[in-house]
Design a protein. Structure first.
Length: 441
């Protein structure tokens, strides 16, 4: 086995996307299989060190062998749980609703007779139920190790690996990020420096990514190329695998990872993935960097408040409004809700009492960077707010879930308009990127 072949270490799962009224259920190999598919699509051979339930071993071995895996090493068998993950929202509009079936009963039985791991370099590790220290003890000293700290790892576990990790990858949706870096990225950078990592890659969902060189202090902003999301599950794994596996400098590897991850989000069919990734990677990194895209770091988003224009009244609750607000908050946007902040008049209130509400709402509108409009039932107040925002020169993103407002003034006056919340979220990221003045760390 050539030493240049990267080793992927992690668990094999079954991803089960639950059916909805508009989409059928989907079942596919997940966990480490996502990382393998990403490398295969990028034309990179690899090896796998797998922790896998017994019933999945042969299927996983056969599938991965057909998709670029040159050596399948069973590091341990998972018992007590099927390693099946039920997923409610595959597009990550908001919380994805993962449910790892019987996760608390999961146990790992190590395989003491597996092939030696000391021949592999680089190594990309996706933590799980298994012992990280046990895996690292089998990897040769000096090997370039990348760890994906998205799930199943905490500060103490990461600190115990000090001196063995070259690159740390984490996403804004991870538990570790939520605990220590939601308000300020500094504690996360300090943790990465403490374990003597050289780079930290922070994946910020639709807002792009930031690559921190922990020695020089340089920050590379990697823009997100937004399109219609078909399935976001495994996108981060593919990104991490490419970033950790490719030769060359970390900056170029991160950009290549972004390109693969972008395509990964747009199809679940492997052959289409490989074809489209091949097209992307024929483009030079410098050309990819010059294409632009969304660049909106997590910690910048609250500084660009969004005015909610919607019939957000207590007496007329709408699930579409609650869903949209939850999605915006999930992505760390500060949503200003005029009815909640400035008060709600009674439905039969005298006309002469309405002026203070109007003045307060207009002032709040002026303070915001953009407007997210949900004109359900062609609510006149919402449509007036849209018009006021356009006149003020503020961008409007219109989410029209019932397709009630498809007229020239609303559609043409909006920076983004759709009945699909996924498309509207992309519009928020792209619009606020422009408001912020383009990309930057």
């Amino acid at each position: 086995m050539p030493k240049a072949v990267p080793l992927l270490v992690g668990e094999v799962t079954i991803d089960f996307t639950m059916p909805t009224r508009t989409a059928e259920a989907k079942v596919r190999l997940g966990g480490i299989a996502h990382a393998g598919r990403g490398l295969w699509a990028a034309g990179q051979d690899y090896a796998v060190g797998a922790f896998c339930p017994g019933y999945l071993v042969e299927q996983a071995r056969d599938y991965l062998t057909q998709h670029g895996c040159k050596e399948f090493i069973l590091l341990g068998e998972i018992t007590g749980a099927p390693n099946l993950v039920a997923i409610a929202d595959v597009r990550e509009i908001g919380h994805q609703g993962y449910e790892d079936i019987l996760r608390h009963a999961r146990r790992v039985v190590p395989n003491p007779r597996h092939l030696s791991l000391d021949q592999f370099d680089p190594v990309i590790i996706f933590p799980g139920t298994y012992s990280l220290e046990g895996v690292l003890s089998e990897i040769k000293s000096g090997a370039r190790v990348t760890i994906d700290a998205a799930y199943d790892i905490d500060e103490v576990s990461l600190q115990s690996l000090s001196g063995r990790i070259d690159r740390v990858v984490i996403s804004t949706s991870s538990d570790l990020f939520a605990r220590i870096a939601t308000a300020d990225v500094t504690p996360l950078l300090d943790l990465a420096r403490d374990i003597r990592a050289r780079h930290l890659l922070l994946k910020e969902n639709r807002g792009g990514s930031r690559l921190f060189d922990l020695s020089s202090g340089h920050v590379e902003q990697i823009n997100a190329s937004l399109g219609v999301t078909i399935n976001s599950v495994g996108v981060g794994d593919a990104f991490t695998a490419v970033f950790g596996a490719l030769d060359g400098n970390a900056r170029d590897a991160a950009w290549r990872g972004m390109q693969v991850a972008t395509v990964y989000s747009q199809t679940t069919w492997p052959d289409d993935l490989k074809r489209d990734v091949g097209r992307e990677l024929r483009m030079s990194v410098d050309v990819a960097r010059g294409l632009g895209g969304a660049s909106l770091p997590w910690h910048v988003r609250p500084n660009l408040p969004i005015y909610l224009a919607a019939p957000d009244f207590s007496y007329a609750p709408h699930i579409e409004i609650d869903t949209a607000v939850a999605a915006l908050k999930y992505h760390n946007f500060r949503v200003r809700r005029p009815v909640r902040e400035n008060g709600e008049s009674k439905r039969d209130a005298p006309i002469e009492t309405l002026l203070p509400y109007y003045i307060s709402d207009v002032q709040l509108l002026r303070e915001c960077s953009a407007v997210f409009a949900i004109p359900i039932e062609r609510d006149p107040g919402t449509l007036v707010e849209v018009g006021l925002a356009i006149e003020m020169g503020k961008p409007v993103i219109t989410f029209d879930p019932r397709n009630e407002n498809r007229n020239t003034m609303v559609v043409a006056g909006s920076a983004a308009y759709s009945s699909d919340l996924d498309i509207c979220l992309n519009g928020v990221f792209e619009t606020l990127t422009k408001c912020r003045g383009g990309s930057g760390p």
